[in-house]
Write a protein that binds this ligand. Structure first.
Ligand code: DP6
Length: 332
């Protein structure tokens, strides 16, 4: 039996990814920029074993038939590279709510690619791991790396230049992320089909895409200068422009609930009235993620915890990239 275990953390995009130029190869229309978390993680063990017959997937100890197709498709890419036809057993565990807009697909596929490739004896560079993770989920390409990470959209038709690159290590600007969980229900429209709907039907889609390159440049400069106010401005405007595009889809994609908007107001007020260094971002779900300085984290957590409808508040620092666990070796 060929086996390996890996751990990866979710990432939160500050400049968002919303739109695919090639759905088959999962190529994004534009780049994106994210931060990788540390206290939330996915741990995955992949074991290739001829006696299994077919692939199996267990999520948090239970059979997960709904996750099997995407997992097998990702394993097929690895098997193709290794010239293997062995079926695999994938056991994966998240220490945070799955499918609730907390980017479990990002950490999940990053961990799967790192564990699966190691189990098959493939010795892949981080860039190749990022490309493989991207094929499974665009945001997963970013979780291969830690700290501040930029996803390059690339221009090639084959996707060989569409991968993530590290921008700045987690320790170089140790920000915090406070997540307000406003609903633990799985989202109704997943990111992939959501993006396709928006791209096809939103009259704002071209306008949204036109914001991304300038926002990436502004975010890079803010990170280089450790300029929190500038990062806050670009982070909030990229999030809101993406949601404007989603809202303009036909039928509309409305990922927010009342508590989402309430959290947004609370964070804007904390910053504008009290000078607290914090800004919000929201993905394809109702949770609110607040990026802040370590000094502001307890203040932000208390404020979000007081919002009616917030069920749980999670606090994380920034962490490293996806890596192997146990005897199998060092970080990817
Ligand atoms: C709103 O990476 O989940 O979180 O490539 O179809 O798997 P697929 O999409 P996914 O999309 C993430 C969208 C987002 C913004 C972001 O993380 O950049």
């Amino acid at each position: 039996m060929l086996t390996a275990r890996a751990r990866a953390q979710p990432n939160i995009a500050l400049v968002k990814y919303w739109g695919k130029r090639d759905p088959a190869l999962n190529l994004p229309e534009r780049g994106s920029l994210s931060i990788t978390l540390d206290t939330l993680w996915t741990q995955t063990q992949v074991s290739f074993d001829a006696s299994l017959g077919v692939d199996h997937m267990l999520l948090d100890g239970r059979d997960c038939p709904e996750g099997l197709a995407r997992t097998s498709a990702c394993l097929d890419l690895l098997r193709g590279l290794a010239g293997s036809h062995l079926p695999a057993r994938v056991e994966t565990h998240n220490n945070f709510p799955t499918a609730a807009g907390l980017a479990s697909s990002a950490s999940g596929f990053a961990a799967l690619v790192v564990a699966g490739s190691a189990a098959l004896g493939l010795r892949l560079e981080a860039r190749e791991l990022s490309i493989l993770a991207r094929r499974a989920s665009g945001s997963a390409a970013r979780s291969i790396f830690g700290g501040f990470v930029e996803m390059r959209a690339g221009v090639g038709a084959d996707g060989s230049d569409a991968y993530a690159v590290p921008v700045l290590g987690a320790a170089a600007w140790p920000l915090c992320v406070v997540v307000a969980v406003t609903s633990s229900q799985a989202k109704t429209v997943h990111s992939g089909p959501g993006m396709q709907l928006t791209r096809r039907t939103s009259p704002y889609h071209a306008a949204w895409l036109a914001t991304v390159d300038d926002d990436l440049a502004a975010a890079r400069t803010a990170i280089e200068r450790r300029d929190f106010a500038a990062l806050a401005a670009v982070g909030e405007r990229s999030c809101l422009a993406m949601h404007a595009d989603m809202l303009a889809s036909r039928p509309a994609l409305i990922y927010w609930i009342g508590a989402t908007l309430e959290c947004i107001h609370v964070i804007r007020e904390l910053r504008e009235r009290e000078g607290v260094e914090a800004f919000f971002t929201v993905d394809a779900g109702p949770q609110v993620k607040v990026v802040c300085t370590p000094a502001a984290a307890s203040r932000v957590a208390a404020a979000l915890g007081g919002v009616v409808g917030v069920q749980e508040v999670l606090v994380s620092g920034l962490g490293g990239g996806a890596h192997l666990l146990g005897d199998a070796g060092a970080a990817a």
